[in-house]
Ligand binder design. Structure first.
Ligand SMILES: Cc1cc2nc3c(=O)[nH]c(=O)nc-3n(C[C@H](O)[C@H](O)[C@H](O)COP(=O)(O)OP(=O)(O)OC[C@H]3O[C@@H](n4cnc5c(N)ncnc54)[C@H](O)[C@@H]3O)c2cc1C
Length: 463
């Protein structure tokens, strides 16, 4: 799967590019946010950040979903739903032939986007800064190679007196998109993006202005998509048997590239919980921890995306009420979950930790370290499978033995004392990692490993 995503990403973009801000693509650099998109990531993961469009990624996900037995229905609209204590009833309509089908399911994930009709129907309000600006993404063809001039650029913010926007370019340098946040008049007042100023001709003029080229420079407009930059989070991610995920649960400006990633992190948190509940291995209360864990993190991420919007795009906005800056890596990999689905709590009320200093505290992501195994090396992250995983310290043989008597519990002993020390794992200690790679429990030493394990595993089963 990782290979397939990397291949698809490599077809679309040069990876590891810079993120900067310019007056025009061919003109002055105003600020540099990243020299390389993967700066500081190497130590934190066995993989790297990838640039890929949804159009590039979704076929890869679709193929894998089908392989796993998923049934995908395209051109199908949810036209009605209702729920009772035992599940959800939905009516679906084919957009191709109008045929209607009824579906009964135990649970429904509403991943129906920023305007989520399901969220609205459930009456779940959004709170936050709300709508910030009317935007449009202009997809164009133009030979921008001479302007890029050999630079490796991932995201290029364009800050001009009349135009606030950002570019991304195709790997061949012959196409790209310009996401326009705002047009400004001569007095610096915002000009709303309306149909008349996003006509094809006007869009070509905007692209040329952002590139810094003459009106004769050939630019072909392929498509223009209007959207609204908004910063808000749903008041609840669960109502009965319906769970909100992705943009349906939180919307944020694209500054930072967190929107889609936050949605992926939602369902990463939710999928194993749903699986346990559906299989009867846990009670539906486990699903409450989805909201408890994910909503504060989504809220924090929305605020960080807004902060980056002010810093990178529109410094004229007030800064006094901005949340303190949190590093990208902490937003992406440093979430701290506090809920009944974690045994033990990280003290304080910080929502994130610096993953560079992570020591496998309960509620945080298992840190990445390379382990030597027969035939090569694997990441600690690769020890985590579809169920719970016990990771024992170098002298934790008794844990491994105890785990061998428990169904569906993988176990691994870290022989390397330096790695155990790096994650603060006592020589006779053990960690239990949840299926989403989050440390669920840790123990420095136990008198009776078998009963300690039985006790902690019952935590998730009892919920
Ligand atoms: C210019 C721009 C740049 C961005 N860059 C990044 C980035 O670099 N990194 C990042 O992580 N994120 C980025 N994002 C954000 C990202 O695109 C979104 O967060 C992500 O697409 C949300 O995915 P989603 O599946 O939740 O919602 P959507 O992609 O909106 O999908 C919702 C789907 O539900 C369908 N739907 C709605 N109602 C119904 C119904 N009744 N029946 C059936 N289907 C229905 C819709 O048709 C749609 O297909 C960017 C966004 C923009 C605008």
């Amino acid at each position: 799967m990782q290979d397939a995503v990397e291949k698809a990403a490599a077809k679309e973009f040069v990876q590891d590019g810079a993120i900067n801000s310019v007056d025009t693509l061919g003109g002055l650099e105003l600020a540099s946010f990243y020299q390389s998109f993967n700066e500081g990531v190497e130590e934190l993961s066995s993989t790297r950040r990838l640039f890929i469009t949804q159009i590039g990624l979704e076929p890869v996900l679709r193929e894998r979903a089908v392989e796993l037995g998923g049934e995908l229905r395209f051109s199908t609209e949810l036209t009605h739903f209702s729920q009772d204590e035992t599940g959800v009833f939905a009516r679906l309509r084919s957009r191709d032939d109008g045929e209607e089908k009824r579906v009964r399911a135990q649970f429904m994930i509403a991943a129906d986007g920023a305007h989520s009709p399901v969220r609205k129907e459930l009456g779940i309000p959004m709170s936050g800064r709300g709508e910030i600006t009317q935007c449009a993404t202009i997809y164009f063809k133009a030979d921008v190679r001479p302007l890029i001039n050999g630079r490796n650029l991932s995201v290029v913010y364009v800050n001009q007196p009349q135009l606030l926007a950002f570019f991304r370019f195709s790997i061949a340098g012959d196409a790209g998109f310009l996401a326009v946040f705002a047009l400004l008049d001569e007095q610096g007042r915002r000009v709303p993006l309306r149909e008349e100023n996003i006509s094809s001709d006007n869009c070509a003029t905007l692209v040329r202005a952002a590139l810094g080229v003459s009106p004769e420079f050939p630019v072909e407009i392929e498509d223009v998509q209007p959207w609204t930059a908004t910063a808000a989070t749903a008041a609840s991610f669960r109502q009965g048997n319906i769970l909100l995920a992705g943009d349906a649960a939180h919307v944020m400006p694209p500054t930072g590239g967190f929107g889609g990633n936050t949605g992926v992190a939602d369902v990463h948190n939710l999928a194993w919980k749903l699986a346990m509940v559906i299989d009867g291995r846990a009670s539906p209360e486990l699903l409450d921890s989805y909201d408890t864990e994910r909503r504060p993190i989504a809220d924090m991420t929305v605020e960080q995306a807004y902060r980056r919007y002010v810093e990178r795009v529109d410094p004229s906005l007030p800064t006094s009420d901005l949340a303190p800056n949190i590093a990208d890596t902490a937003i992406e990999l440093g979430a701290i979950y506090r809920s009944p689905a974690v045994a033990g709590t990280v003290q304080g009320d910080d929502l994130t930790e610096a993953p560079e200093q992570a020591i496998a505290r309960p509620g945080t992501r298992l840190p990445h370290h390379w382990l030597q195994v027969e035939g090569g090396e694997v990441s600690t992250l690769d020890l985590v499978g579809r169920g719970f995983t016990l990771i024992a310290g170098p002298d934790g043989g008794a844990w491994i033995e105890a785990a061998s008597r428990v169904d569906d519990l993988d176990a691994y002993r870290i022989a390397e004392r330096d790695i155990a020390k790096a994650i603060s794992l006592a020589d006779h200690g053990a960690l239990i990692i949840r299926p989403d790679g989050v440390v669920g429990w840790r123990c420095d030493e136990a008198d009776d490993e078998t009963s300690a394990l039985a006790e902690v595993l019952s935590l998730w089963q009892a919920m």
